[in-house]
Ligand binder design. Structure first.
Ligand SMILES: [Zn+2]
Length: 121
């Protein structure tokens, strides 16, 4: 649905509105996002300065902030029955098994296991 707007209009749009002329009709439009005004019929070309001034910007509340990565711990049973503690502290992985100690920071099989489970669940 299109509508002709007159002076002092506001273009409700999520992204910056765009001045556009129909190739066949010669009709000028201001293109807004579909969750805003959509395609608005206008009488002339609008410069970016005008568009920016009349841009009624749609902003979405940013409540879905990613939670800060907290320290996470897992316990994995080793092949010999020992239980090892794997820790992810702000993206840094460590494990209490001897292999991790020898690996000088490299992922041991327990860390790999947890990472694999994380990405496949
Ligand atoms: Zn380990």
């Amino acid at each position: 649905m299109t509508q002709i707007k007159t002076y002092n209009m506001k273009f409700r749009s999520h992204y910056p509105p765009l001045s556009y002329k129909g190739i066949h009709s010669g009709q000028w439009y201001v293109i807004c996002s579909s969750d805003g005004d959509g395609w608005v019929k206008v009488d002339r070309r609008y410069s970016w300065t005008e568009l920016e001034k009349n841009w009624d910007r749609i902003t979405y509340s940013k409540q879905n902030k990613p939670t800060k990565t907290k320290r996470k711990e897992w316990k994995v049973k080793g092949s010999k029955g020992n239980v090892y503690k794997i820790v992810n502290d702000k993206g840094f992985w460590s494990c209490s098994c001897p292999a991790y100690g020898f690996g000088r920071g490299r992922d041991c099989k327990h860390i790999k296991q947890i990472k694999y489970e994380k990405t496949n669940t």
